[in-house]
Design a binder for this molecule. Structure first.
Ligand SMILES: Cc1ncc(COP(=O)(O)O)c(C=O)c1O
Length: 436
């Protein structure tokens, strides 16, 4: 048996994992010396690539001055204070307060706990259920795994799925009815949420969590009008909205935050990954002015905000995040992403026209190329086409992520034009190899 119990892998799988030992720009190198363009930025992570000297130097400076301090019980580090200021100044709307954690799952679990805490503080002691979408990924903690809309994250683990109200994933091309417009589809899905809240009783529903654009569900931007319609329903029932921006935060959808791209005004927002370019495991939960007062008063009444982690506000993570934010400002993140997004759009036109392609979805630097399933004689083998294209890409020097039959691309944001061309050339060659 392997010494390393790897996440999301069949432990009895006899295929050896791909072992990555180095990185340079958008490329990584395996233990045989072969290099690959990582079209997924690992896991939507390395916005600034795999060798950013400024992030490395910021880490080194911080390690030399203060390698660790906590943020509990009236102590904190200068760096985490500074990050709280800089980050909240950049966050949209009235998200003016921030709680730090290490992983995305911790951030989601924290956001849900804080939502419960807020509701309890207001005397809404029965508002417990969380609305989440099928095909959403919110992490592998306890509540975060329950909120995640994939059965393989629940099976065998006894996570509290009973606390989650599951609603339809907003994938227009798959779930729209014949002749239904995007707006009508969005309204139907909002009505579904409305009906689900009424069935559970608004007094029993705490919050909805959603990725502005679904990431691990297959890179699915929402249909027109979706978030406006959903937010109207949530407000009507006094149900909070948690925007899970762990993928979409920091430029991925073209604006600084997905909430800005889609006109979302969240009560809470989770972030991680690109916060530090993933050079340090750091995540954050932003809390809006609207809810922070009641939350803080309740904590004061109880004597403390009884939630936190040893590594909340780690100074090295904070120093790296501050440097990443400075780099993003200098890059003028939205304009930078818009340029690369346009290069991608040019090349994706030909991909979308291929007969084996069901749909190309694209916003900012998030792409999903969904393939028709393959199978002989009937196309019944969902996931096989995606797996085969991923393998063909690997042979040709590009790491694609396949989410079932969708090839998801989310390259580092520093990707250059010739690298976009290489990535899409290899995608086309891989499609040829599998389908022609
Ligand atoms: C939208 C979203 N939320 C939460 C998580 C969980 O983050 P982590 O794996 O850091 O716990 C992820 C991870 O991919 C994610 O994509």
């Amino acid at each position: 048996m392997d010494a390393h119990l790897q996440p999301f892998r069949d432990p009895l799988d006899e295929n050896l994992p791909l072992v990555i030992t180095g990185g340079d720009g958008c490329f990584v190198i395996d233990d045989t010396g072969k290099s690959y363009l990582d079209a997924a930025a690992a896991l939507w992570c390395t916005s600034l690539g795999f060798s950013n000297e400024r992030l490395i130097a910021a880490a080194e400076r911080q390690y030399r001055s203060l390698p660790y301090y906590h943020s509990m019980m009236g102590r904190t580090s200068g760096r985490s204070e500074e990050l709280a200021q800089v980050l909240t100044a950049r966050l949209p709307g009235d998200l003016n307060h921030v709680f730090f954690a290490s992983s995305g799952s911790e951030a989601v679990d924290s956001a849900i706990k804080l939502a419960h805490f807020y509701q309890n503080g207001r005397g809404n002691k029965t508002k417990k259920s969380i609305i989440a979408r099928d095909g959403a990924y919110h992490g592998s903690g306890f509540l975060s795994a329950a909120a995640t809309g994939f059965a393989y994250c629940h099976d065998g683990f006894d996570v509290p799925v009973g606390q989650v109200i599951r609603v339809t994933r907003p994938h227009f091309a798959r779930f729209a009815r014949d002749g239904e417009s995007e707006l009508a589809f969005s309204q139907r899905l909002a009505d579904e949420i409305d009906a689900a809240i009424q069935e559970a009783g608004a007094d029993n529903v705490c919050a909805m969590i959603g990725e502005p654009a679904l990431g691990s569900g297959g890179s699915i931007p929402p249909p027109a009008g979706y978030w406006a319609a959903v937010q109207a329903v949530l407000r009507k029932h006094d149900v909070l909205l948690i925007a899970d921006e762990i993928i979409t935060g920091f430029g991925r959808t073209g604006e600084w935050f997905g909430s800005e791209t889609y006109g979302i005004e969240p009560d809470l927002m989770t972030m991680a990954k690109q916060l530090t370019g993933s050079y340090f495991p750091m995540s954050a939960v932003a809390v809006s002015d609207r809810i922070v007062g009641d939350m803080n008063n309740f904590a004061h009444e109880l004597g403390t905000l009884g939630h936190g982690f040893t590594y909340s506000g780690h100074p090295v993570g904070a120093a790296i995040a501050l440097e990443a934010l400075a780099i993003y400002e200098e890059m003028n993140l939205p304009a930078h992403v818009a340029q690369r997004s346009a290069w991608l759009a040019e090349r994706l036109e030909a991909v979308a026209a291929r007969p084996e392609v069901f749909e190309v979805r694209h916003v900012g630097l998030m792409v999903g190329v969904e393939l028709h399933p393959i199978g002989d004689p009937v196309p019944d083998q969902v996931g096989r086409a995606g797996e085969a294209v991923k393998d063909a890409g690997l042979e040709r020097g590009v790491i694609f992520r396949n989410i079932s039959d969708t090839i998801a691309m989310s390259p580092p944001m520093i990707i250059e034009r010739h690298e976009v061309d290489f990535m899409i050339d290899v995608l086309e060659q891989s499609l040829d190899a599998v389908f022609c």
